[in-house]
Write a new protein. Structure first.
Length: 165
């Protein structure tokens, strides 16, 4: 299938934003970071170490679906970095559209925790990582491209580009 909208997904600290930006640059298309669309209440909860509920996420997911819809209806390619941890969230994001490709950045807890501990000024604290892994409903290879993050970012993006062509 010739996908037109790519959702780079995974737990916090897996590299979604970095990989997503580089992929969008390679594809010469817009990039969106789902974190930029959280309402202030959600950001405050996460900054306080309180995991979001499905109810907290619902309006956020609606807004992201609108972005996907806008691009696909215009026949445009775009990339979105979004955790999309649960299958129901992924189903919500792709609702009504076949032209959505999920790319799961898959990595070990200890590797991602080390990365998160090096990050500066991000509202998602390393202590929240356990809740992310607990919530993650890993997609299978029929639902998403599964990409291991245990290599340099440029190699990760090259692997994605090779698989989507």
């Amino acid at each position: 299938m010739d996908y037109k909208f790519y959702v780079v997904m995974g737990v916090s600290g897996s590299g979604k934003t970095t990989v997503g930006r580089l992929l969008a640059s390679h594809l010469s298309c817009p990039f969106y970071d789902a974190d930029d669309f959280h309402p202030a209440e959600n950001v405050a909860k996460m900054a306080a170490g309180i995991p979001l509920t499905d109810a907290d996420r619902a309006p956020w997911l609606d807004g992201l679906h609108d972005i996907i819809s806008r691009h696909l209806q215009a026949g445009e390619t775009a990339v979105l970095a979004c955790s999309a941890l649960k299958k129901s969230y992924r189903d919500h994001l792709r609702q009504g559209y076949e032209d959505v490709c999920f790319i799961h950045l898959d990595g070990r807890f200890d590797l991602i925790q080390q990365r998160m501990q090096r990050r500066q000024a991000h509202y998602m604290k390393p202590e929240m990582l356990q809740s992310q892994f607990a919530a993650l409903e890993s997609p299978d290879d029929h639902e998403a491209l599964i990409i291991s993050i245990d290599k340099p970012v440029k190699r990760i993006v090259q692997e994605i580009v090779t698989k989507i062509k």
